[in-house]
Design a protein around this ligand. Structure first.
Ligand SMILES: C[S@@+](CC[C@H](N)C(=O)[O-])C[C@H]1O[C@@H](n2cnc3c(N)ncnc32)[C@H](O)[C@@H]1O
Length: 215
């Protein structure tokens, strides 16, 4: 965990600046949130949303919501489902763009590193990937802090994704954080819940973890 608030502030500032930059360059598009294309962005949503029970209405916090692409996915694939949605992003520019793209009462956006409310579920797509020039141990303390926030603000469960660490000898893009599933499965099992599901093998060098709260 990160105990020093100023370390965390600096880290948040760097991440927000980075994504404000991608948005300025590429606009509200997958490239604008550093994804390569819309199909893989949607595939990530599909895997993360497995944590949610679509048989009943629920509230959802989308941490690192970017310009709100998840709302388009939900409108396309779950058009009749009632979801009380809150999008949260570190970048004020992302939040402003999301509010412009998604006006209305049924969803809200706020700027910050964590949701101001507890929801049934939370998902976070892509928030652990770009560590910039942070040392790995610092980034891992940030990941642990963020996972704890997700756990505390999710009644029923939450889901996150990570870039898979390359096999030894292979390179990873500079500034990208790659890890093994075991590293964070063990952490989530010891800190939050035994009910952790790994989803991988979906054709990307990434994996998704679903963490369901104990009954
Ligand atoms: C890779 S982009 C993905 C955006 C969106 N989830 C999507 O898939 O379209 C990551 C986003 O998360 C935001 N972000 C990163 N870390 C965050 C954190 N700890 N809290 C809130 N937002 C964060 C960034 O500003 C950026 O907009």
């Amino acid at each position: 965990m990160i105990d020093d608030a100023s370390d965390l502030e600096q880290l948040y500032k760097g991440v927000a600046q980075y994504y404000t930059g991608t948005l300025r360059r590429f606009g509200p598009t997958p490239l604008g949130v550093d994804w390569s294309c819309a199909p893989t962005q949607a595939l990530r949503f599909r895997k993360l949303l497995i944590v949610c029970d679509f048989h009943e209405p629920f509230s959802l916090n989308d941490i690192g919501c970017g310009y709100g692409a998840l709302l388009k996915y939900l409108a396309d694939y779950h058009p009749d489902h009632v979801i009380d949605y809150l999008g949260v992003d570190l970048s004020q520019a992302m939040v402003s763009r999301a509010r412009k793209l998604w006006p209305g009462q049924s969803h809200k956006f706020e700027q910050g590193p964590a949701a101001s409310r507890t929801a049934d579920y939370s998902i976070a797509s892509g928030i652990f990937n770009v560590m910039l020039d942070q040392p790995v141990d610092m980034w891992e303390r940030f990941v642990a802090t963020t996972l704890s926030q997700l756990h505390e603000s999710s009644r029923r469960g939450f889901a996150v994704n990570f870039v898979t660490a390359p096999r030894s000898g292979q390179d990873i893009r500079r500034g990208l954080y790659g890890t093994t599933p075991e590293r964070w499965i063990d952490f989530c099992r010891s800190e939050f819940s035994r009910d952790v599901t790994l989803i991988d093998g979906y054709g990307m060098s990434e994996f998704t973890l679903l963490i369901r709260s104990p009954d």
